[in-house]
Design a protein. Sequence first.
Length: 366
Amino acid sequence: MPTLSLNDRTVSFESGQTILEVARQNDVAIPTLCHLKDARPTGGCRICVVEVEGSDQLLPACATPAGADMRIFTDSQIVRTARRAILEMMLASGAHNCLLMDQPESSWSESQLAIMQQPWHDTICPAHGDCRLQDLAIEYEVSVAGIDQKIDGHPLDDATPMIVRDYSRCIGCGRCIQACNEVQVNAAIPSPYGRREDHPNGWYPLVDYENCTHCGQCLQACPTGALFEKKAFGLATGSEAEKVRTTCPYCGVGCQQWLHVKDGRVIKVTAVEEGAPNLGRLCVKGRFGYDFIHSPERLTHPLIREGETFAKLLGRGPGPGGREVQTDQTAPRPRRPGRHQLCPQHQRRLLQYAETFPGNHRHQQH
C-alpha cells in the first residue's frame, strides 16, 4: 500500500483517494465549505487548500488525488494566510454582519449599516451559531469591522411559503446545486458556472421551479444563512433548540429526522445525515409538514361514536367512568352522513365477495 507524509507523519492510503479523504482517515482536520458528501468534488471554495512540496501553488485537498511519497502540510503559515484571505473575500462579497452584532455601530461601515435595512436582515442571521462560514471566520480570526461589503445586485427569492433564498448571503460554494442535481437528482438548480464575463454580478444558483419538488435538500446543504426555512425564521439560533431524533410519521419508508424543539414546540425539522434509510434526505412532507403537531384540531384521545356525537375514551374498557362523552363545545365535528361508510347495497356485495375466498368460514360450511 502506498504511503505519503502528512504533516511529517507517514500514513498509508488507497489508490484513488483524495488528500482530504486521507487526512480525514487519519484524524487530520482540513476545513471545507463546498465539499458535499456523495457529490463530485469541485474545489470551488478553495478553503481546503494545502501545501504540497514541489508544487508552485496551493492545491485543493478535496479535488487533488493523493500520490505516493507526497509531502503535505495542511496547516502551515502559508496555508493559514491563504485561507484567511479567502474568508475575507467571502465576507466582503455579501451581507455577513453576524460577527458585528456585539460591536458598537460606530465601528460599522455604511454598507454594513445599510444591510440591516434589507428584507430578512432586521434580526440576527438565521444560521447564527450553526454557520460553517462563521465558524471558520472565528477560527482564523477574520475581522469584518469596517469592511465595505457588497449589498447591491443580489437576487432575493422569498415568494414560496417554505424556503427563503437570500443570495446576499450566498458564497457561491455550489453545495445546493450538487444537493439538487447529484443527491436528489431533481435538476431544479441549473449550474450557473461559466465565463466570468457572462456573469458580471456574480454566479447565483437560481431555481427552476418547474422541476423543483420543494424537498429542501438544498436548504440542508447550505453552509451559510443564504437558504433558510421561512416559518422557522427568528424562532431560534444555534444551540437554542434541542435536537430530538425521531422517525418521519408519513409513509412507511421510515426516514430519520431531527426535531428542533424550543419551549416544548417543534420549530424545524432536518434529516439525520448518517441515519438509514434516507441518509440525510427528506421529501417536502417530511421536512416541512410538521405543523399538525401543535394544531388545536389534533386529536389527543381515541374517540368512539355515540349517536350523533363522539366520546372520548379515557379507560381501557366500557362501563361507568371508562368513557367521557364530550360536550358540543369540545367534541369534534361529526362526519357527514355516509362519509367513509358503505351503502347497504355495497355492503351486501362486499360480504358476498368475501364468502368466495378459500378458507372463509361460511364458504367451508357450504
